[in-house]
Design a protein around this ligand. Structure first.
Ligand code: CP
Ligand code: NVA
Length: 316
């Protein structure tokens, strides 16, 4: 008998559009506090009985930052981790996701999943009785954006009402930025080629929230960056995509170089979730230059993961 049956529903961290704006604000505030505290997590931010808890991490795709930052985050909170590639699991041989979710819920206290198909994450969450965290899917990357907002705020202050520009592919990371714009009340300008626009479901969600003014879609990078305090881009070819030549051709005019950065607001910061491909989506002088905060952003994954884990495991 699962001892958790009858308890409160688990606090999943699946997508930013599904989480209350006040909760998201609290998670980012906790991330700021985690960063200030360093390795020793203050007692009030440590989940109860964390020393008995285990986070299981499942990867269907490669990862450097997400894998290591979640592992270190759970250890710094006081818990333990198990990292698995799906090919090492019966999941890779066709065991149903629902059975996997139910079994792992009997052993562990939280699941972090990097999935090829978003539906895998949704199915895991539907059948798990412990929190499930989205460590990136083909559709979204919400943990990244918690770190990105922390990064924006530590250089610029509260992100509410500010302007951020996304230039490049309308991909999974862009989708989570769009969710965040509505939830945190900032303006996001998204410049993509018409053929690589963000998913229609995300565009429709922004409209349905009555927040159409918070996200501007354009095909003009110069329009997007004008006056923006932060310019963000990402790889042109995401994991699992097999049309690299087409994407590189379409995205050529969306490369972020110093000329484009000079059209943004004065001293605008540059962000990229990494891994980056210099000479493609961003020039080396921008990503390695004075306006770039990409390594702070990468570090902030650790502080953000601690906050996300703390919330999922019951800290308010
Ligand atoms: N930004 C990010 O998620 O990096 P990894 O793919 O290395 O986890
Ligand atoms: N959009 C990229 C992000 C990598 C962290 C991808 O999905 O591969």
């Amino acid at each position: 008998m699962d001892a958790r049956i009858g308890l409160k529903p688990p606090r999943h961290f699946l997508d930013l559009d599904q989480i209350d704006a006040r909760v998201l604000r609290r998670i980012v505030d906790m991330a700021h506090e985690m960063k200030k505290a360093g390795r020793r997590v203050p007692q009030h931010l440590r989940p109860k009985d964390i020393e008995d808890m285990v986070l299981v991490m499942i990867f269907e795709k490669p990862s450097t930052r997400t894998r290591v930052s979640f592992d270190v985050a759970m250890r710094q909170l006081g818990g333990q981790t198990i990292g698995l590639n799906h090919t090492d699991m019966q999941l890779g041989r066709g065991e149903p996701i629902s059975d996997t979710a139910k079994v792992l819920s009997r052993y562990a206290d939280a699941l972090m999943v990097r999935a090829n198909a978003h539906q895998t994450l949704v199915d895991l969450a539907e059948h798990a009785t412990i929190p499930v965290i989205n460590g990136l899917t083909d559709l979204s990357h919400p943990c990244q954006i918690v770190a990105d907002i922390l990064t924006f705020e530590e250089t610029r202050g509260n992100i509410g009402g500010r302007t951020v520009a996304w230039v490049g592919d309308g991909n999974n990371v862009a989708a989570s930025w769009m969710h965040a714009a509505v939830k945190f009340g900032f303006k996001l300008r998204v410049a993509t080629p018409a053929q690589l626009k963000p998913e229609q479901a995300v565009i429709d969600w922004v409209k349905s929230e009555g927040a159409k003014d918070s996200v501007l879609l354009t095909d003009d990078p110069a329009e997007a960056v004008k006056g923006a305090e932060c310019v963000v881009t990402d790889t042109w070819v995401s994991m699992g995509q097999d049309d690299a030549p087409r994407r590189k051709q379409l995205l050529g005019p969306y490369a972020v170089d110093q000329n484009l950065m000079d059209r943004a607001g004065k001293d605008a910061i540059f962000m990229h979730c990494l891994p980056a491909y210099r000479g493609h989506e961003v020039s080396a002088d921008v990503i390695d230059g004075a306006q770039s905060v990409v390594f702070d952003e990468a570090e902030n994954r650790l502080h953000a993961q601690k906050a996300i884990l703390a919330w999922c495991l019951g800290v308010d």
